[in-house]
Design a protein around this ligand. Structure first.
Ligand code: FAD
Length: 310
């Protein structure tokens, strides 16, 4: 059995594994896709102390760093269930993680770092122009559109926050909301409406992201009031219709927020004894690489603290 078993191999999981292994305890890491969302990122300019890097380069560096420690890496494996610490049997005190391939892993503590995924619009052009004008993270990619005309899709808090944030960096922002009105908090809506370089379109259903074959050049939307189809020339499209935590397999096992995020305390402990969580799958408000790494190390230290008290 492991002392610490990490589920997830993104920045949070990699960091947790390194911090755990450095304590000299038996550490394992199970990951469906090592590197997580970082694999899908092109330019990374906010990974502090590294002026500029690219997703795949950072993933390779993460993997190399983990491999310098005595960590049992189990790549291409999906966890499908998690148990409470076992009672009254030969595995008493151990938590069980079942994998899709039928195997069962046992550990004294578990760190969940299964991340999240941006909700896709599912319109033509979205996948084709991902990282070629279609973006999901204003903190990450906003500066790449300095002075340009971009759209934000989504009129909830994240869409309106993104539009306010981008308006300070880009030339012009058009916010498209499917519904008849914005759903964001009133204070955010007021701030948005005070900005000179923002246009708000409600009852606007984005139907296609258009491009010239290499980059985004606009989007087409249906005006749900008039029934007309319209085209907006643009250089970027930020999709802000929600982030989905990868926690479906944990439902009913531990406390999740109403958005499906794992509830944690400031030691990154979950509601299940011995189970910790870190990164985008948790209730931490901001989802970024440096934050996920910090959270992963905090979770590993929390798990170590738990183990020495058993
Ligand atoms: P993830 O990176 O999502 O990793 C989750 C891991 O868990 C993966 O290994 C996955 O395969 C694994 N997993 C999931 N479910 C299971 C399961 N059931 N069993 C086993 N393994 C499982 N942040 C920045 O700071 N700067 C940027 O420039 C930036 N750009 C971005 C661009 C894009 C297009 C995207 C999508 C995100 C970007 N982000 C950026 C956000 C950043 O990538 C995330 O905040 C960060 O990767 C979160 O790390 P994580 O380890 O919590 O989760």
């Amino acid at each position: 059995a492991f002392d610490v078993l990490v589920v997830g191999g993104g920045p949070a999981g990699a960091s947790a594994a390194i911090y755990a292994a450095r304590k000299g305890i038996r550490t394992g890491i199970v990951a469906d896709r090592f590197g997580g969302q970082v694999n899908d990122t092109l330019a990374i300019e906010n990974f502090i102390s590294v002026k500029e890097t690219e997703g795949p380069k950072l993933v390779a560096a993460l993997e190399e760093h983990v491999k310098t420690y005595d960590v049992d890496i189990m790549p291409l494996q999906r966890a499908v269930s998690l148990s409470e610490p076992q009672k009254d049997n030969k595995h008493a005190g151990l938590i069980e993680v079942k994998l899709e391939n039928g195997a069962t892993l046992r550990s004294k503590s578990v760190i969940l770092a299964t991340g999240a995924r941006w909700r896709n619009l599912n319109v033509p052009g979205e996948i084709e122009y991902k990282n070629k004008g279609v973006a999901y993270c204003p903190h990450c990619d906003g500066p790449l559109f300095k002075g340009k005309h971009v759209a934000v899709i989504g009129g909830g808090n994240s869409g309106v926050e993104a539009a306010i944030d981008l308006a300070g960096v880009v030339g012009h922002v058009t916010l498209l909301q499917f519904d008849t009105e914005l759903k964001a908090d009133a204070v955010l809506q007021r701030k948005l409406r005070s900005l000179q370089n923002v246009t708000i379109l409600t009852s606007a259903q984005t139907t296609e992201v258009t491009g010239d074959g290499t980059r985004v050049n606009g989007l087409t939307y249906l005006d749900r009031v008039s029934g007309d189809s319209k085209h907006l020339p643009l250089e970027g499209v930020f999709i802000q219709i929600g982030l989905v935590p990868n926690s479906d397999w944990l439902k009913g096992t531990l406390d999740l927020s109403k958005y499906g995020e794992i509830e944690i305390n400031n030691h990154n402990a979950t509601s299940l004894p011995g189970v910790f969580a870190a990164g985008d799958v948790t209730t931490i408000p901001y989802k970024q690489i440096v934050i996920a790494m910090g959270e992963g190390s905090n979770a590993a230290l929390g798990a170590f603290d738990y183990l020495i008290r058993q």
